[in-house]
Each structure stands twice: as C-alpha cells, then as structure tokens.
Design a protein around this ligand. Structure first.
Ligand code: ZN
Length: 82
C-alpha cells in the first residue's frame, strides 16, 4: 500500500487549515480546498483511521519561511504535530 494511493479512496473538503479531523475513514486521503478552490492541505489516514501525515500546500508563513508543499507527521503519543 503506497502512501500516495490510499486503498480506501480519496475525498475532498472545503475549509481552512485546521478543518480536517484527527480521525477519519481508514486508509483514505482527504484533500482540503479553500474557498477559492485552491488545494491547501492533504491528510492521510492510516489503517486505524488516525491521521498519519499532513501535507501542507499553503498556509501563513509565521515562524519563518516554508517551502511548499511540505509534510507534517502526526505524533499520536504526544497527541500533537511534530
Ligand atoms: Zn505546515
């Protein structure tokens, strides 16, 4: 099972960074779009339905410059983003 081709399928949602849930359908990916229809974030859910990876395509540059897209891995032990 490759990370980029989730076996459970792909979904899309409109919202903003922070809109996506920590848990979802197992083995799926959600593409999050803003009101302008721009892809801003993708989130992958693992076999247990917990988010395993976020890929950010667009967000504020507070705290320094970012390259887009970039990945954030979910740390479930700490229940926060690493
Ligand atoms: Zn980010």
């Amino acid at each position: 099972m490759g990370m980029c081709k989730p076996s459970g399928g792909k979904m899309s949602q409109t919202g903003r960074i922070g809109s996506l849930k920590k848990e979802g359908m197992p083995n799926t990916r959600i593409d999050l779009f803003n009101e302008n229809g721009e892809l801003i974030q993708q989130r992958w859910y693992g076999p247990d339905g917990r988010a395993v990876l976020n890929r950010d395509w667009k967000h504020s540059k507070k705290g320094g410059e970012h390259k887009f897209p970039h990945n954030h891995f979910e740390c479930w032990l700490q229940s926060s983003l690493c």
